[in-house]
Design a protein around this ligand. Structure first.
Ligand code: BES
Ligand code: MN
Ligand code: ZN
Length: 502
């Protein structure tokens, strides 16, 4: 999908569809008022008929508005102006895209950025419009004939801004929003692919394809033999129970000056998690194809950084494996030795994410990172604690916590911090190894983070538990692409790209 930015006289703008926001009760935005004037008051006249009050997400299509060059005018309810929230705003944006997809317009000029809540920068108002549009037009189609696909999909969306001096910020928003949208789409698509197609080898191939597209991106895929040589006993113990060989995917983007320390993103790439010998119950087990969404998020964020040519060094690391029951699989009570040298008693083979992550995290030491963020669909306990709205954030570093929280708020891909305290560490005590891989029922998301903490002492580190946010279930089942937007926001901020606009 293509995005453009525009300012100037709205009434004379030729477009298949012009999108206008309407607040409750029937209050026009400045753009709407200008068009009302151009149409000789026809807009207010039509609104008086009462078919659209301005309730968030309600829409009304108008044709042949006099004095207006646009073929159609789409009115979109934006809620109460005084109570406008970002959620409201994004709902209105989504509703406008959904309706456009059902018409024959194919192209539109949207003025909805004017209806953004007070306090949201012009930059973020436009970026929300871009990312929301990218999000709504995405449809999964790789393994099914999409019979409900729009006949005339929305191909071009032009965002209108009221003032010339807004053009620079809007242009940045278009650029950044499009890259975020494509990164999110990549992550969603990989997440949605079934486990029989999206295997560790498939993820490695995707990383290779990504690297082929960008000059400054290189890929290296470590095979099991190399991991064996290095001593990644924890990671390899998980893939031993599967016929698919594990891969350790390493993507290196060099966009910054020599000597700059890299940001490293580590994503759990469990392409299917049956639980292993500690097998999961059958209900909803299909959703464990999404257990690679951390890895997919890494690919999405790396792609966006490359597309934006950010002046930073970024490394993506994706340990990829399946977790299945098999004669060679981990058994409860087994003890493995991790790359760090620490031994682990595997009391539950379903706590496999931390086993593949701990070796990947130790491997990261060699990059002398400025920062390591891991993203993982790590625990059901995190979903119980926080529900499906924020990702769980864990870090011993208060400033880093603030940075991530702020990035999540700005990108509207929010996180909520949970405690990472030494007090919980005793729950991982084992009589037979340096630690157990599970810490009992209490605080399961915290003890999982505490486990990873033991492997990340040599660099600044944060852990995002995305078990509740990486995909939706029920009727809307599908990957969300989270937390790509948050990660790209953080990278944009670290690279200084937002100084002029935010
Ligand atoms: N991939 C799962 C976590 C998960 C479960 C994410 C449900 C989203 C929804 C992870 O590998 C896992 O199985 N974790 C266990 C840990 C437990 C055995 C300590 C869990 O959460 O039950
Ligand atoms: Mn598991
Ligand atoms: Zn898992």
């Amino acid at each position: 999908m293509e995005f453009k930015i525009k300012t100037g006289d709205l009434s004379r703008h030729k477009t298949p569809c012009l999108v206008l926001g309407v607040f409750e009760k029937r209050k026009l935005t400045p753009a709407g008022e200008a068009l009302d004037k151009a149409s000789g008051g026809r807009l207010t006249e039509l609104l008086k008929k009462g078919d659209l009050d301005g309730e968030t997400g309600r829409t009304l299509m108008l044709y042949d508005l006099p004095g207006v060059a646009a073929e159609r005018v789409l009115l979109v309810g934006c809620g109460k102006r005084k109570e406008a929230t970002r959620t409201n705003y994004r709902q209105a944006l989504a509703a406008s895209i959904d309706l456009l997809q059902r018409t024959h317009a194919g192209e539109a000029l949207s003025t909805l950025a004017e209806a953004a809540p007070e306090g949201l920068s012009q930059y973020l108002a436009v970026r929300d419009a871009v990312t929301t549009a990218a999000e709504r037009v995405y449809r999964y189609s790789q393994t099914k004939d999409d019979k409900q696909a729009p006949k005339t999909p929305l191909r071009t969306l032009t965002l209108w801004v009221p003032r010339k001096q807004d053009l620079d910020a809007a242009e940045q928003a278009r650029l950044h929003g499009a890259a975020i949208g494509e990164g999110v789409t990549l992550a969603r698509e990989l997440g949605n692919l079934p486990g029989n197609l999206c295997t560790p080898s498939y993820l490695a191939d995707q990383a290779r394809e990504l690297a082929a597209r960008f000059d400054r991106l290189e890929v290296e895929v470590l095979e099991e033999a190399q991991m064996e040589e290095l001593g990644m006993g924890a990671l390899l113990s998980v893939s031993r129970g599967s016929r698919q060989p594990a891969k350790l995917i390493v993507l290196r983007y060099q966009g910054g000056p020599a000597g700059l320390r890299p940001v490293v993103l580590v994503g759990k790439g469990l392409t299917f998690d049956a639980g292993g010998i500690s097998i999961k119950p059958a209900a909803e087990m299909d959703e464990m194809k999404y257990d690679m969404c951390g890895g997919a998020g890494v690919l999405g964020a790396v792609q966006a950084a490359c597309e934006l040519e950010l002046p930073i060094h970024l490394i993506g690391v994706v340990p990829a494996s399946e977790n299945l029951p098999d004669g060679a699989a981990n058994k409860p009570g087994d003890i493995v030795k991790s790359l760090s040298g620490q031994t682990i008693e595997i009391l539950n083979t379903d706590a496999e994410g931390r086993l593949i992550l701990c070796d990947a995290l130790t491997y990261c030491e060699r990059f002398d990172p400025a920062l390591v963020i891991d993203l993982a669909t790590l625990t059901g306990a995190c979903v119980v604690a926080l529900g499906k709205h924020p990702s769980g954030l864990f870090t011993p570093d208060d400033r880093l916590a603030q940075e991530l929280q702020a990035a999540g708020d700005a990108a509207w891909d929010r996180v909520w911090r949970l405690p990472l305290w030494e007090d919980y560490q005793t729950q991982l005590d084992s009589n037979f190894a340096d630690m157990a891989n599970v810490g009992g029922r209490e605080g399961g998301a915290v003890t999982a983070a505490c486990f990873l903490w033991r492997y990340t002492k040599k660099y600044p580190w944060a852990h995002l538990d995305i078990a509740g946010t990486a995909w939706l279930n029920g009727k809307e089942k599908g990957g969300t692409g989270r937390p790509v937007a948050l990660l790209v926001q953080l990278l944009l901020e670290r690279s200084g790209a937002l100084a002029a606009v935010a």
